[in-house]
Design a protein around this ligand. Structure first.
Ligand code: NAP
Ligand code: SF4
Length: 689
């Protein structure tokens, strides 16, 4: 096996990314892998498979070299989610999978499609979850049954059968996931494997199960079938694997027949963020690089690789042979083609928000993408050229207005976008100023380029009136005027120490030494992040990130974190984050990112108070009552983050006077200024007009 010495000319900008990779019996066209992402479509049954076929085919057409599907359980008790089709445990499912493989190979005959086989172990949804020992995961209260020797044998057989079914269904290979806290990885650690038989005890015994799974899978599928193994290169837990154990396992897995090794950096229960936008780009690839020096098979690396230049740099450093990008392919199915054709500025970049992908998966909803609502909805949200081009005025250039304007114009409408301020992006302009949310800038860059490409006429600093719009003889008027911050009715709210969140985030007013934040929603948490953080954003510097979360990349202690104290950079000021509700602050944050947000603030000493009654603001600070007890927060700065109200005045003025006036985004529903909802609503309206 060797890197193909390509006779093709090398790519001028991304020579490594677009170099083929020779696997001996087959070849990958390039080093871009669409990594495994659960979609929630599998569980829908036959209709879900039709949608999956369209979803993966679009990515194959978009130029990726290889795709790994979402996890498929090898038997019913192994599935992560409910639903018969989450497990590929019956030959009767082969024709359904065949629709997916045919669609992908038709879209791109060279694109390799691998089925991920995932046994969730003690994280399974099943009523009868199994694990090496009867030890529950801290994130799944259900106690698993300890596997008998017979269970172990049957399960190994189930993996092998699942792989041969995948082969029969036309997949080019399988990925066996041996990380993240799923079954195979729980065999490896002493804390989850307390068996006394040949499957537990010494490390040699603890790795026997994953090795047998790989060996028997290889035996079942023969030589000419890709077998990827996903290894826990770092669990981000102090009782994780030592580096020697990782290397020992990896070498044995290679010997057992894996074609490619893929590295994973976390167990789901760990308390280090590895995929959120607060994680620096390509933060973990050096770990893959170190393992790569120990093996002779190709290695895949992943996590926060979201632009082609990032992937190219990873390959150039010698950290990996293949770069895996799961979420970036949701955000832009044409990622690879755009990179190849020198259209990098047209890429719709994954901003690692998790809001529509992993948060949906976590909540059992079909996955999609905040910046691309077509993801997993390819069969029903279709942008076809319009047969009835019209003149459309769009008012407001926040995410809703931008998504509508560019989509409608791409369909052939003549669109003019009016924005009262001098900048595009609405609330995204605030988000990108929060440490850890710098990626949001990419979405504005994307829309800016799309406005040019689709020929939208942009009028900045243009506050339009209803009269001007009515006089303009537009065929359609789309109002995306957004919202304005709510001013709570608290005595003293006009005090000079009080400022809006916009003033605080834009740096228009300076924060003092004691900051009280009124409102602990998404924006309150963001302002607390801004106020409590010091120095360079951890998202922009891997060393700062490593110190903040206690990861030792240089020495690789057990799990990557053993014996390392998190040392966040903390601002020299007191920060209080307040809410009236009695529920724990941060309840409304995304399930896959909110915990890290809360933990980061806690470690920086932010005081979070709930059940707060605001008495008044005066020269002494903020007077509050909590649990019937009067308290004074000696604030010198009060930032109001008490939600928003819709700006729908323009819409009300137009309604009844124009035949086709539409309201979208925050102007429509203020309680959720959520960009996910805004972009989805705008895109659907643009597809329909
Ligand atoms: P929000 O989430 O609705 O939070 C508003 C906060 O203000 C709540 O904590 C509320 O809590 C408090 N509040 C409401 N009315 C009040 C009043 N009259 N007086 C005092 N406090 C009041 O709004 P947001 O923080 O502005 O965020 C808006 C949206 O932006 C979110 O829904 C989210 O979609 C999006 N966003 C999300 C993130 C994220 O991390 N996912 C980040 C930023 C923004 P009490 O009523 O309990 O006091
Ligand atoms: Fe990336 Fe956010 Fe889209 Fe998920 S929802 S793919 S994290 S941009």
């Amino acid at each position: 096996m060797s890197l193909a010495s390509s006779k093709q000319p090398t790519h001028p900008s991304f020579p490594r990314l677009f170099a083929p990779l020779d696997l001996g019996f087959t070849q990958l066209d390039n080093r871009i892998l669409m990594g495994s992402m659960h979609t929630g479509l599998e569980e829908l049954g036959p209709s879900g498979f039709e949608r999956m076929a369209a979803y993966y085919a679009e990515r194959a057409r978009g130029g990726v070299g290889m795709i790994i599907t979402g996890g498929n359980a090898p038997n019913q008790s192994a599935a992560l989610a409910p639903g018969e089709y989450g497990a590929f445990d019956s030959d009767a499912h082969v024709p359904l999978h065949r629709r997916v493989t045919d669609a992908v190979h038709e879209a791109s005959p060279n694109c390799k499609l691998c089925l991920q086989i995932l046994h969730a172990g003690n994280l399974a949804h099943s009523a009868d979850p199994v694990a090496p020992s009867p030890i529950a995961s801290p994130i799944n209260p259900r106690e698993p049954r300890g596997m008998t020797a017979e269970d172990i044998e049957t399960t190994i057989e189930d993996f092998a059968r699942c792989a041969t079914r995948a082969q029969a269904a036309g997949y080019d290979g399988v990925e066996i996931i041996g990380s993240a806290g799923y079954l195979l990885s729980t065999f490896l650690l002493e804390k989850t494997n307390q068996r006394q038989d040949e499957w537990g005890g010494s490390y040699e015994n603890r790795m026997r199960f994953p090795l047998e799974v790989v060996r028997r899978t290889r035996e079942a599928v023969g030589e000419n079938f890709i077998v990827v193994y996903r290894i826990a290169a770092m669990e981000m837990m102090a009782d994780g694997s030592s580096w020697d154990e990782v290397v020992t396992l990896a070498r044995e897995i290679e010997r057992a027949g894996a074609t490619i090794m893929s590295t994973h950096f976390v167990w789901h229960q760990a308390q280090v963020p590895t995929i959120a936008t607060r994680v620096p780009r390509a933060a973990f690839t050096s770990v893959t690089g170190r393992l790569r020096r120990e093996l002779s098979i190709p290695l895949i690396t992943s996590n926060r690789i979201n632009m082609p230049e990032v992937a190219e740099a990873v390959l150039e450093r010698g950290d990996a042979d293949i770069t895996s990008m799961g979420r970036p392919m949701l955000a832009d199915p044409e990622f690879a083609n755009k990179a190849f054709e020198g259209r990098v500025d047209e890429i719709n970049t994954c901003i690692a928000c998790n809001q529509a992908c992993l948060d949906h998966a976590f909540r059992g909803r079909t996955v999609t993408c905040l910046v691309n609502p077509r993801a997993c909805h390819e069969t029903e949200l279709v942008y076809t050229p319009t047969t009835n081009p019209g003149r459309i005025a769009v008012v407001g250039a926040g995410p809703a207005g931008l998504a509508f304007a560019t989509t409608a114009a791409s369909r052939g409408h003549d669109v003019t976008l009016f924005e009262a301020s001098e900048e595009l992006g609405g609330h995204f302009n605030l988000a990108m100023r929060i440490p850890g949310k710098e990626e949001f800038r990419e979405t504005i860059r994307y829309y800016q380029r799309q406005l040019e490409l689709t020929g939208v006429t942009v009028k900045l600093g243009a506050r339009t009136t209803a009269k001007q719009l009515l006089d303009g003889a537009w065929d359609h008027v789309v109002v995306a005027t957004g919202l304005h911050a709510r001013t709570p009715d608290i005595p003293g709210i006009e005090h000079p120490m009080v400022m809006s969140y916009s003033q605080a985030i834009r740096g228009e007013r300076e924060l003092g030494k004691c900051v009280a934040i009124i409102g602990a929603g998404g924006i309150g948490f963001d302002v607390a992040e801004l106020a409590s953080h010091a120095g360079v954003s951890a998202a922009l510097d891997r060393d700062v990130f490593a110190r903040e979360w206690g990861v030792d990349f240089a020495n690789h202690p057990r799990g990557g974190v053993a014996g390392v104290e998190p040392r966040p950079q903390t601002a020299d000021r007191a920060v209080f984050l307040l809410q009236r509700k009695p529920t724990p602050p941060g309840r409304g944050l995304g399930p896959t990112t909110g915990w890290a947000h809360k933990l980061a603030l806690k470690r920086r000493g932010v005081h979070m108070l709930r059940g707060v009654h605001y008495e008044r603001i005066d020269d002494h600070g903020l007077q509050i009552v909590v649990d019937d007890e009067a308290q004074l927060i000696p604030a010198d700065t009060i930032v109001v983050c008490a939600g928003q109200e819709s700006d729908r005045g323009l819409f009300d003025e137009l309604s009844g006077h124009h035949d086709s006036v539409h309201l979208i985004g925050g102007a429509d529903v203020a309680v959720e200024i959520d960009a996910k909802r805004a972009i989805d609503q705008a895109s659907r309206l643009a597809a329909a007009l």
